[in-house]
Design a protein around this ligand. Structure first.
Ligand code: NAD
Length: 258
């Protein structure tokens, strides 16, 4: 029996990331692009309904999962509108200041928050969790993110995600050690730096450095397709999930373990 394709509505669908989601979803059997919401039109007509207004799009696009890869402006109102319409939300926009709206939305609909959709970054976080659990004292941590010159937020949402992962206390003893290290470092525990260069799609490097040795973990995206395919996995997950807050670990089944 054929399953119904999952309808998606892509907010920011005319942008670098959104247009890649639209392009890949249009080719995939399991998905159908019900609409694009953007302030500006795509340069050419690709036969997908275009909306300037999100609420109009939500009324027109039946049961679509909303994939948001637009920008931080008016994000709170956007998230509320999606929850009000009872639609699952995949929130991939970075640099957001909308924690309250996301938490509130997750009471009513499934919300996947993913500053980075790529499966490789989810695996890097998992490897980090394992390494950090076994790390002894005396290792300094730093994160470097490199992105294209057009990227607006810095550090990247992924760099902040990795920073939080490294700073997250593993147990009471490490929590106390982290508190002391943070105090000694003047509030900063993990150094984060960002370069904005040319057409760089996205690179994240975690440095764990002791006095006499160093461990370097790096993820490089070659193509936005890595994020777009992850966004579709997240949309598929959200379409079948209960109301609640999720991330890529849930989507990829990486929750728990290390
Ligand atoms: P972009 O500037 O190329 O595209 C953004 C698009 O959104 C533009 O077409 C713009 O007109 C539209 N837009 C912005 N604000 C809007 C609003 N309030 N209402 C309607 N349309 C709006 O940028 P991009 O490189 O495609 O990145 C977009 C966002 O996606 C950024 O926050 C970026 O960090 C994020 N991103 C996330 C991932 C991920 O894996 N989660 C990957 C790449 C990019």
């Amino acid at each position: 029996m054929n399953k119904e394709p999952i309808g998606i509505l892509v907010v920011g669908g005319a942008g670098r990331m959104g247009s890649r989601v639209v392009e890949i979803a249009s080719r995939e059997d399991g998905f159908t692009v019900q609409g694009i919401v953007d302030r500006r039109r795509l340069a050419r007509d690709i036969g997908v309904p275009y909306f300037e207004d999100l609420e109009e799009a939500l009324r027109s696009c039946g049961d679509a999962v909303v994939v948001d890869v637009s920008g931080p402006e008016e994000a709170g109102a956007r998230i509320e509108a999606v929850a009000q319409a009872g639609r699952p939300l995949v929130e991939g926009t970075t640099g957001l200041d909308a924690e309250d709206e996301l938490t509130e939305a997750a009471r009513r609909v499934p919300v996947v928050v993913a500053p980075n959709f790529s499966p490789g970054i989810a695996l890097l976080r998992r490897a980090l969790r394992e390494i950090l659990g076994a790390r002894g004292p005396g290792w300094d941590a730093a994160v470097l993110d490199r992105h294209n010159r057009f990227k607006k937020d810095r550090p990247s949402g992924t760099a902040l995600l990795l920073q939080r992962e490294i700073e997250r206390p593993r147990d009471a003893a490490t929590a106390e050690r982290a508190r002391k290290e943070r105090e000694a470092a003047g509030g900063r525990l993990v150094e984060v730096a960002s370069f904005r260069q040319g057409g760089q799609v996205g690179e994240h490097t975690v440095y764990l450095t002791a006095l006499e040795e160093e461990l370097v973990l790096q993820h490089r995206a070659f193509d936005r397709g890595a994020f777009a395919r992850g966004a579709l996995l997240a949309a598929g997950f959200a379409a079948g999930a209960q109301a609640g807050m999720y991330d890529m670990d849930d989507v990829l089944g990486l929750r728990g373990g290390a």
